[in-house]
Design a binder for this molecule. Structure first.
Ligand SMILES: [Zn+2]
Length: 384
């Protein structure tokens, strides 16, 4: 059973909520081994995190090397009794495959595997170059023992990737409407303002940080970081919480803090952004207000894959199957493409994302068939 629907159903029946694998990678290992792939299973861990199972499989030794990336872990199902069909049942009803991960992104993985098997069968079992699968079980949660380490592991082995297709649900409304060619970066920090704690009846003996942090929040929120770039929307800084930790109504608190997150485009790097925000805080704080920022470490940098031969062949394959010319998008949250982009050009194209992470996540069976044809078209054009 090597069609996309059968593979997707087998994967969905593994309740692989991060960090559990629940047999999902075994499903892929068995199928890929039978097709002649050399399959590696690698477990990564670090203190304070759960060990995670990952899979790397390759067939062929020559260039060019096209890799299909993805993750078999899923987010929790939520209230399982609220699902019309069991969250891990893999049931097909009225033309839809139901279950957690159908869209994000076991369905996408199943389509890429089915397309590759179909391509190999039509080409004497060997690609003209190399095809690989780079599959992790750590994308939805911390993303520390997955793709980022699998790529480092592969590099040590001497693996070189020329291009990557990541099968995340990239489409917004209909299959074929969107290829993701980049993502904004993400950077978080906490703004601290130190005052002097005291009795509210004696404000001259205290320094209240609440009005001061409020003024800084307004100043940082009002001034745009940029106005967007050729391929990206504007960067934005959003405050997500403000706290003083004060339970008494007669005490002026000694310190106030505000957490914020920035989604930034290709006009910035983490370093230039830190400098810019700190300059703005210093300016707004003046000489009187004592403010500082503690930055959180981030492995989420901005990236963009420039239009070219690779994106052209993907567009052609999508247009042939769906009749739609996809737009190039850089919107949305982060994905593992941010890690892959350091090794080779990467595009994201998968199913329609509408029901991902929701109760009754589901994919039309017809979309699974079409996506398989699209990936097959990519393979034909890539190695043609
Ligand atoms: Zn995903």
């Amino acid at each position: 059973m090597t069609d996309a629907l059968s593979i997707a159903r087998e994967l969905v029946r593994c309740p692989s909520v991060t960090p559990a694998d629940a047999g999902a990678l075994d499903v892929l290992e068995n199928i890929l081994k039978r097709a002649g792939f050399e399959v590696h299973r690698v477990v990564f861990g670090e203190p304070g995190t759960a060990d995670i199972d990952n899979l790397y499989a390759r067939i062929g030794n020559a260039a060019p090397h096209l890799t299909f990336a993805g993750h078999t872990d899923v987010v929790p199902p939520g209230d399982e009794s609220a699902w019309t069909h069991g969250a891990f049942s893999g049931e097909v009803k009225d033309g839809f495959l139901y279950g957690r991960g159908t869209v994000d992104m076991k369905g996408g993985i199943a389509c890429s595997v089915a397309a590759v098997l179909d391509y190999l069968a039509a080409n004497g079992g060997k690609p003209k170059g190399s095809i690989s699968f780079l599959i992790t079980g750590d994308e939805e949660d911390l993303s520390v023992n997955g793709t980022i380490k699998l790529l480092q592991w592969a590099a040590v082995r001497g693996e070189k990737f020329d291009h990557c297709v990541l099968g995340e649900p990239s489409n917004v409304e209909q299959l074929g409407d969107c290829i993701k060619v980049g993502r904004r970066g993400s950077l978080s920090g906490t703004l601290y303002v130190d005052g002097i704690q005291g009795h509210v009846a004696y404000p001259l003996r205290a320094a209240n940080p609440v009005p001061d942090i409020s003024a800084l929040i307004v100043a940082l929120s009002n001034e745009p970081l940029d106005h967007g770039s050729a391929q990206f929307q504007a960067s934005n800084l959003e405050f997500t919480s403000v706290d003083v930790g004060n339970t008494a109504s007669n005490v002026i608190p000694g310190q106030a803090r505000a957490k914020f997150n920035i989604r930034f485009n290709d006009l910035h790097t983490q370093e230039t952004l830190r400098v810019l925000v700190e300059q703005r805080v210093a300016k707004a704080a003046g000489n009187r207000v004592r403010a500082r920022i503690a930055w959180e470490p981030s492995n989420s940098n901005v990236f963009v894959t420039k239009p070219g031969a690779f994106t052209d062949l993907a567009v052609a394959a999508i247009e042939q199957v769906t009749g739609r010319r996809p737009e190039f998008s850089t919107s949305g949250g982060t994905s593992d493409a941010r890690f892959i982009a350091s090794y080779c050009p990467v595009i994201e194209f998968g199913l329609v994302g509408q029901t991902m992470h929701q109760i009754d996540e589901r994919a039309p069976v017809s979309d699974l068939e079409k996506l398989t044809k699209i990936y097959r078209g990519v393979l034909d054009r890539y190695f043609g």
